[in-house]
Design a binder for this molecule. Structure first.
Ligand SMILES: *Cc1c(COP(=O)(O)O)cnc(C)c1O
Length: 370
């Protein structure tokens, strides 16, 4: 059997009519940049998250970059973030000239370990980036306590957790500012690049609004050196259509994950994801840990027609791009261990029961005989 990593055929079918109609109207109106469709989706998505303001931007990376800049963070400042995340979390900080300070992760959720944050704080520390990795919220209450004590800002990198709940509230609503990606494979994905910054803070909102549009106020009055980073109007139409289905699709992902967990729990050497009881997991990524022979299992699955991927094989502190920080192997042991064992299995809302069963029986076979 062939099981692709993701298959959004059915998702695309669900929104086809609305997207076609919307695209036709945009082309007819020739209103390709910003306009009412982007404004409407900004409102829909920020309301969905339970916050006041949303600013559509070009990508999740840009959302993070503009958020860091809007907090007036730059050269001479430090920002604490997990050593195990997608590199864009760190790049956004580096673009501003601020220094990235890595913290190790917790072994159960793979999110930043709040206990490791406090000792990294210096006079230069300005903010903490909490990444909700794979679809499950970071420990926001513990992070908030630290931020309050040291007067730090919190940025939520929510690129992997659209619609996830933490203590009954949507992620993205508890920090100072939150950043989303709408890259096609994310939980809420466009038909190209896209991102959004959401916030409750009017002054952050106004700054990001300026930054995404050449730093201007009015037409020719440029207050800061801004960027060209706007959410494409056609993408806003796709995202608006998809948002109506997001909760249902997240529920379907949870059901696929539950089936995976039931079967995988019986396989020696496999660790299924841990879901904390005060939060939901949207399973943008269904990542298991494989003791000892992760790469062999990944290869073996491929031979059996199953695509699996590794998110992420190299933690940030060991990336060449960050060699100037002078880190070495052993500096963040949990990140390094997880990077060596983690394996993402096929996951999408419409994944069928027999597909999940086939992936699991293939893993069982490889663990025994591979
Ligand atoms: C995808 C992702 C980003 C970057 O988003 P892009 O839209 O690809 O720029 C940032 N952080 C995390 C955790 C991500 O998964």
């Amino acid at each position: 059997m062939k099981v692709t990593f993701i298959d959004f055929t059915k998702q695309n079918k669900d929104i086809e009519k609305e997207v076609e109609k919307g695209f036709k109207q945009v082309i007819k109106d020739a209103s390709f940049i910003l306009g009412k469709d982007v404004a409407r989706f900004e409102k829909e998505f920020s309301q969905y998250c339970g916050v006041s303001y949303g600013i559509g931007v070009n990508s999740g990376t840009d959302a993070l970059h503009l958020a860091v800049r809007a907090l007036d963070i730059g050269p001479g400042d430090e920002v604490i973030l997990p050593s195990f995340t997608f590199i864009a979390t760190a790049l956004a900080v580096s673009y501003t000239g601020a220094k990235t300070v890595f913290a190790d992760i917790a072994e159960d959720t793979y999110n930043i370990d709040p206990q490791k944050i406090e000792k990294l704080i210096t006079k230069k520390t300005k903010a903490i980036i909490a990444v909700h990795l794979y679809g499950q919220s970071a420990d926001m209450e513990e992070i908030q306590k630290i931020a309050k004590k040291y007067n730090l800002k919190i940025i939520e990198d929510s690129a992997q957790a659209h619609g996830a709940l933490y203590r009954g509230k949507k992620i993205g609503s508890s920090g100072d500012v939150a950043c989303f990606s709408f890259y096609p494979t994310k939980g809420l994905g466009a038909y190209g690049d896209g991102g959004m910054v959401i916030t409750q803070d009017k002054s952050i909102y106004e700054k990001v609004l300026m930054l995404r549009d050449y730093g201007r106020v009015g037409r020719y009055n440029h207050v800061v050196k801004g960027y060209n980073s706007r959410l494409d109007t056609l993408q806003a139409i796709v995202l608006s259509a998809k948002l109506k289905h997001l909760d249902q699709w997240n529920k379907m992902r949870t059901e696929v994950a539950a089936r995976y967990c039931r079967i995988l729990s019986g396989i020696e050497g496999i660790k299924a994801p841990t879901i904390k009881n005060d939060r939901t997991h949207t399973f943008q990524t269904f990542a298991i840990r494989v003791k000892g022979k992760r790469d062999k299992v990944c290869e073996g699955l491929k031979a059996k027609g199953v695509t699996s991927l590794i998110h992420y094989p190299i933690p940030l502190h060991l990336q060449e791009a960050y060699k100037e920080l002078g880190h070495k192997k052993g500096d963040f042991p949990v990140s390094e261990m997880v990077a060596g064992e983690i394996l993402s299995l096929p996951m999408f809302p419409h994944m069928r029961k027999n597909q999940v069963e086939y992936v699991c029986s293939s893993i069982k076979d490889l663990m025994k005989n591979g």
